[in-house]
Design a protein around this ligand. Structure first.
Ligand code: URA
Length: 236
């Protein structure tokens, strides 16, 4: 049994507060009856939940978009440092949540946290790696050589980075938008290091076809909608 405010929040990708005000305004029905209290619980497998005439398909898994702050690791186990699951608001915490993919401790931006292992496996599997886009702030400008090399693929000591797309952000060649489709350790930092360039700041802004929600401040998160989850899957 799940609380109605949670069912509405997860299904619509809105905050618990917004879900509660929808319930309070009488916008939500379960099995045809208007829900009176935000703390009412229903069997999520059988309840037909409708909000403002829209059928809500409540899934048994959750998918959370977080704007990861610096200083937090994006691994769920084996690290002593605070991780992205630790900093979820209490109301969003539940068993088996983990980040789908790793960002360095000092990288900020889009992290997807879920308890759906199959989904995570699909988007992380080396054969399906979805494109991920980052904004990298550099200690010196990059040039045509770097653009061409990234396009061709960069050989690191231990691995070959496949073709990556790089463009300058607003004409400033010390800020680059980089899209990679693999997920190797420190990949972007090591690709630039090969050309004597240090990455000072790194922010992930997009996974698959889905941008990080700009309204999320650093450290904030929200449930993703089913359309958004599809946008990530469609990047495969
Ligand atoms: N590349 C990096 O170097 N670090 C990240 O966190 C992600 C991609």
């Amino acid at each position: 049994m799940e609380r109605i405010d949670k069912i509405v929040a997860v299904s619509l990708g809105v905050s618990r507060n917004d879900a509660r005000s929808l319930v309070k305004k009488g916008c939500v029905t379960v099995n045809g009856e208007t829900v009176k209290s935000i703390s009412d619980r229903f069997d999520e497998k059988t309840a037909a939940v409708v909000c403002n005439g829209k059928n809500l398909c409540y899934s048994k898994y959750v998918y959370i978009m977080m704007n990861k702050p610096k200083g937090v690791v994006s691994a769920s186990e084996g690290e002593k440092a605070r991780n992205v699951v630790d900093i979820l608001p209490d109301e969003m915490k539940r068993k088996n949540l983990f980040p789908a993919g790793r960002l360095d401790k000092d990288t900020t931006g889009f992290v997807l946290i879920t308890d759906d292992g199959d989904f995570a496996h699909k988007i992380l599997s080396p054969k399906n790696h979805i494109p991920k886009t980052y904004i990298a702030t550099l200690d010196k400008p990059f040039d045509e050589n770097v653009i061409t090399a990234f396009k061709q693929g960069v050989q690191l000591k231990d691995a070959l980075c496949q073709s990556a797309q790089i463009t300058a952000v607003e004409g400033d060649f010390t800020k680059a938008e980089v899209t990679i489709s693999q997920g190797m350790y420190h990949q972007i930092k090591r690709m630039f290091a090969k050309f004597g360039i240090t990455v000072l700041e790194l922010e992930r802004i997009k996974m698959g076809a889905l941008f990080l929600d700009k309204s999320l401040a650093s450290g904030e998160c929200r449930y993703m909608t089913s359309e958004e989850i599809e946008m990530i899957k469609n990047g495969i």
